[in-house]
Design a protein around this ligand. Sequence first.
Ligand SMILES: [Zn+2]
Length: 447
Amino acid sequence: MQSLEAALLVLPDRVASGRLLIEGDRIAAIDQRTESRAQNTEHTIRDAQSKIQNPQSKIVLPGLINAHTHLEQTFMRGYSANRSLLDWLKNCIWKLQAAMTVEDVRLACALGMVEALRGGATTVIQHFKVPVSPHYTDAVLQAAEQIGIRLVLARAWNDRGANAESPEAIVADFERLYAEWHGAANGRITIANGPITPWRCSGEMLRRTVELARRHGAPTVCHMNETRDEVAMTVQETGRRPVEWFDDLGVLGPDFHVIHGVWVSDAERELLARRGATVVHCPAANMILASGVAPVAQLLRDGVTVALGTDGPASNDGQDMIEMMRLAAYLARVTTLDPQVLPPRQVVDLATVNGAKALADAGLGRLQPGAKADLIALDLNAAHIQPIGDPLSAVVYNARGSDVDTVIVDGRVLMARKQMLVLNEAALLDECRERAAHLARRAGVTP
Ligand SMILES: [Zn+2]
């Protein structure tokens, strides 16, 4: 039994002080009586306890769920300035992706995982396009297995347009991934279906892969309605807007994630609500690529589940989920001109319980007995945070990813006192610097 003590615990319905007991990979109990501190010493295992210093300055939250990213893009930071989405994809990202070796991908993703953990994410939905062979996917999954993060690998695919794969190759790789990796590492690793965009996927393959995913209880995620141009492309091709077309195909459901959902019509919002689908809001990427602003407040009012993502480091330049919470709150306010919209608790929910709902995993996103022991502790004893008025406001509006002090996933302490315990971070940074420079030269791309 490990015991974790904190000034404040962000529980599902309130913020309270107390102690949280972890047994194996689960939260065993939450003791809100701070005075029991002395009596509970027999439960205190030095392991976790000794790693949390000054518990009186800590706030413990459920581990954040980054519902959309492309971790391999850590090697592609800094290319998005002055470029539109399509220019950036065609002239930078796709060229760099195509030039990556298996070792590049392993290192880039390991770096991304470390950055994700440091930014408070314990679960990451990694939308990953396989450049050449299954070895690439395996390298990412092995990195997750080793580092200890909870990873949903959404195997990206497109069966038309540039770098299309054959339907047979896509299905065969999914069969292999579901058989070999789905539920691996004590359930920390899962596989999901990741069609890239409506305009690069056929209706037939969308149906086929969603059916296959449903047989394995796996979600489907797709970049959709991100820019006006993309919506127009699908309308021109099918006569329907993307969400409408997907509904015609029968692929929308509670297991479906619309990544971005910036340009959704009233009819599309209504369809998403009716089908129980999730919209993954990626505020930084939408701003940096000048895509627009997702109507988050309206979606939530309509009953659509909204989760939160960073998107890849190339179209965000960061994996800080604390920052994403703040940006989501700012954007909702400035676009609705409503200061009441998205209060701090609702913002925290986007990054926790809503992400868990999107993954149909009630064991994630909550500090409660029986839930998975995925949690983070933030150090609030900082000049940019103190003195604290409302704790959740402090988390959303004052805290930064760099305030994350401790990260526990599946009951294992991955970071303590801001030190990564599971790898040599300095050596990883050195190796990544060198490799990324080689990659850019090989691909002939400059920022
Ligand atoms: Zn993306």
